[in-house]
Design a protein around this ligand. Structure first.
Ligand code: F6P
Length: 559
C-alpha cells in the first residue's frame, strides 16, 4: 500500500505552533471583542478578505494579529500548501480508500490537465457534461417525451446522502432560476412516506426518475427506485416504457444494468468524486434540468473561481484557509464545539443540512492518517436555519447560554424577490445580530435603560461571541458555486491541520450492517428469538407486538 507522504512524525499537540497557540490563548483569554475593536478603529477593514466575489468579515472573532500569525505558522508546519497541491494534482489523498479527492476536476476548464493514474480526467468530465446538457435540453424543451408521448412535467431525484443533499440544496438555492413548468421532487428516506408524498398526485406518464447512487448498492436508494419502478409499471404496464422514465447516475454500470436501467441511459462519474463532493458531477443532473446547462456552467465557474483563489492566494487573503484556521482556533483553543450556519436567504434553507454532511462526514474522525487516536477535538457540529427564523428559536442560547457557539452569517446585498423594504429589514437583522453577539450589553447600559437591579443580570449580554460574516452581491448560480467551494476547502484545511482523512466515511458502515441483521427479525411473522442486548431486545419485542396490534386495527394481514 502506498503511504501518504504527509503522515506526520510529530503529534499535532506537541508541535511548536500548537504549543505557541495554547500559550497565546492563555495570554489573551481576558481580552474582549469590545476591547479589541476599541483599540483598533480599523479592525473591521483590516480583518476582512475578498475572493471570487465573496467578502469575508472575520473581525468579530476573538483573535489578534498575533493569533493570525500563529495560525499561519501552524498551517505551514502542517504543510497546508503541500496538501493543497497534492489534492489539485490528483494524488491519492484519501489514503484509507487509496483514492484521489478530485472534485476540483469537475469544474476545471476543458483545456486543463489533471491526471489520475496517468490519465487526464478533464476530457471525461467535459464529455459527461456535454451529454448531461443534451439530455437536459431535451427534457426542458419537451423533446424528451414519456412512453405514451406526454411531456415530462415532474423530475424526481432518488438518492441519499451526497446523492440527495447536493441536488436538493442546489435546486432550492437556485429555484429562482428554475424552469417553473417542471416540478422537482426528491426522495431519499427509507421511510415510505417520503416516496408516497413525493409521488402523490403525479402521473407516471409525465414523470422522470433520476436514480442517483455512486455505488448503486445503497439500500435506501434501491428500495425507493424499486418502488418507483412498480409505480410506473402499474400505470404504463410495460418494461419497455421504463426507458423513457428512468435514468441512472452512478460509477457502477454493472449494478445499474442489473437493476434494469440500460447503461445508455446512465451518466457516469468516477471513484475520485466523494459522495458529499459530487454536486458538480452527473449527480447534479436534476439541477441542470432545473436551471439549464448555461446556468449550470455558471455554477461550475463559481466553484472554479474559488478553487483558483484557494490554490493561489496568500493565506492572509485566502477565504477558505482563513475560515478553516479560524475553525481550528475556535474549536481547539476556545472550546467552541459547534458552528451555527445562518443564511439570511430563504433560498438557502437547505444549505445547513447540506453542510452537515460536507463537514461532519468529512471531519468526524478520531484517528490520524497514521491511525493514532487524536488527543484534540476534530470536526465541530454544524447546524443552522435561515435568518430570521432562527432568531425566534435558538438564538437565545447563542446570546446568553453557557455554550460558546461560533456563527457563520451569510447574506446577499440584492434581493431576488424585492418586496418593499423587506430586504433591508432582513439584512439589518443580520448585521444587528453579529453586533449583539460580539459586543453584548453591559450592566451599565442595562442600568442606563432604567432596568431595575433585580432584573439586570437577566438583561445583561456578555457578548464576545465569535462570528464570520460572508457577503455576496446576489444569490446566483455563480455565487452558490463560490460559497459551496468555500466550505469544501475550509473543511479540507481543517482536516489537514487535524491530520485526518477528510474523504472517507467508515463510521457510516456499522449502522448499515446492524440494520441488515435486524430487519429480518422485524419482518418475520414467526417472531424469531432475539439475540441483541437487553435494551434492543425489549424495544424490538415492543415493536413486534404493537405492529401486530396495528395490523389488527387496520386489517393489515402482514403481506
Ligand atoms: O451515508 C454514507 C454514504 O456513503 C455517503 O457518503 C454517500 O453520499 C451516501 O452514502 C450515498 O451513497 P451512494 O451515492 O453510493 O448511494
Amino acid at each position: 500500500m502506498s503511504i501518504y507522504p504527509f503522515v506526520r512524525p510529530q503529534p499535532l499537540t506537541s508541535s511548536p505552533a500548537w504549543k505557541a497557540l495554547q500559550a497565546h490563548q492563555q495570554a489573551i483569554r481576558n481580552t474582549s471583542l469590545r476591547q479589541l475593536f476599541a483599540d483598533d478603529p480599523h479592525r473591521g477593514d483590516r480583518l476582512a478578505a475578498e475572493g471570487a466575489g465573496l467578502y469575508l468579515d472575520y473581525a468579530k472573532n476573538r483573535i489578534t494579529d498575533e493569533t493570525l500569525g500563529l495560525l499561519e505558522k501552524l498551517a505551514e508546519q502542517c504543510g497546508l500548501h503541500q496538501h493543497v497541491e497534492a489534492m489539485f494534482k490528483g494524488k491519492k489523498i484519501n489514503i484509507t480508500e487509496q483514492r484521489a479527492a478530485l472534485h476540483i476536476a469537475l469544474r476545471a476548464a476543458a483545456d486543463e490537465q489533471i491526471s489520475v493514474d496517468g490519465r487526464n480526467v478533464v476530457p471525461d468530465v467535459h464529455t459527461t457534461l456535454a451529454r448531461m446538457a443534451e439530455f437536459s435540453e431535451q427534457v426542458r424543451s419537451g423533446a424528451w417525451l414519456g412512453y405514451t408521448g406526454k411531456r415530462i412535467r415532474n423530475v424526481i431525484n432518488i438518492g441519499i446522502g451526497g446523492s440527495a443533499l447536493g441536488p436538493v440544496m442546489a435546486y432550492e438555492a437556485l429555484r429562482h432560476y428554475s424552469q417553473r413548468d417542471i416540478d422537482f421532487r426528491f426522495i431519499s428516506n427509507m421511510d415510505a412516506t417520503d416516496f408516497t408524498e413525493a409521488t402523490r398526485g403525479l402521473d407516471p406518464e409525465e414523470t422522470l426518475f433520476i436514480v442517483c447512487s455512486k455505488t448503486f448498492v445503497t439500500l435506501e436508494t434501491l428500495t425507493n427506485a424499486r418502488a418507483a419502478r412498480e409505480w410506473c409499471l402499474n400505470k404504463l404496464g410495460n418494461k419497455e416504457a421504463l426507458r423513457r422514465h428512468f435514468v441512472a447516475i452512478s460509477t457502477n454500470a454493472e449494478e445499474v444494468s442489473r437493476f434494469g436501467i440500460d447503461t445508455a441511459e446512465m451518466f457516469g462519474f468516477w471513484d475520485w468524486v466523494g459522495g458529499r463532493y459530487s454536486i458538480d458531477s452527473a449527480i447534479g443532473l436534476s439541477t441542470m434540468i432545473a436551471i439549464g446547462p448555461a446556468r449550470f456552467t455558471e455554477m461550475l465557474n463559481g466553484f472554479h473561481a474559488m478553487d483558483l483563489h484557494f490554490r493561489h492566494t496568500p493565506l492572509r487573503q485566502n477565504l477558505p484557509a482563513l475560515m478553516g484556521l479560524l475553525a481550528i482556533w475556535n474549536t481547539n483553543f476556545l472550546d467552541a464545539r459547534t458552528v451555527a450556519v445562518l443564511p439570511y436567504e430563504q433560498y438557502l434553507a437547505r444549505f445547513p443540512a447540506y453542510l452537515q454532511q460536507l463537514t461532519m462526514e468529512s471531519n468526524g474522525k478520531h484517528v490520524t492518517l497514521a491511525g493514532t487516536t487524536v488527543d484534540y477535538q476534530t470536526g465541530p457540529i454544524y447546524w443552522g436555519e435561515p435568518g430570521t427564523n432562527g432568531q425566534h428559536s435558538f438564538y437565545q442560547l447563542i446570546h446568553q447560554g453557557t455554550h460558546l457557539i461560533s456563527c457563520d452569517f451569510i447574506g446577499f446585498c440584492q434581493a431576488l424577490n424585492p418586496l418593499g423594504d423587506q430586504h433591508d429589514e432582513l439584512m439589518a437583522n443580520l448585521f444587528a445580530q453579529t453586533e449583539a453577539l460580539a459586543f453584548g450589553k453591559t450592566r451599565e447600559q442595562v442600568a442606563a435603560e432604567g432596568i431595575p437591579d433585580w432584573q439586570a443580570p437577566h438583561r445583561v449580554f456578555e457578548g464576545n461571541r465569535p462570528s464570520n460574516t460572508i457577503l455576496a452581491e446576489r444569490l446566483t448560480p455563480y455565487s452558490l458555486g463560490t460559497l459551496v467551494a468555500l466550505y469544501e476547502h475550509s473543511v479540507f484545511t481543517q482536516g489537514v491541520i487535524w491530520n485526518i482523512d477528510s474523504f472517507d466515511q467508515w463510521g457510516v458502515e456499522l449502522g448499515k450492517q446492524l440494520a441488515k441483521r435486524t430487519s429480518p427479525e422485524l419482518e418475520s411473522t414467526d417472531d424469531p428469538p432475539l439475540k441483541h442486548d437487553s435494551s434492543t431486545n425489549a424495544l424490538m419485542r415492543r415493536y413486534r407486538s404493537l405492529k401486530k396490534g396495528a395490523a389488527m386495527a387496520t386489517g393489515y394481514d402482514g403481506d
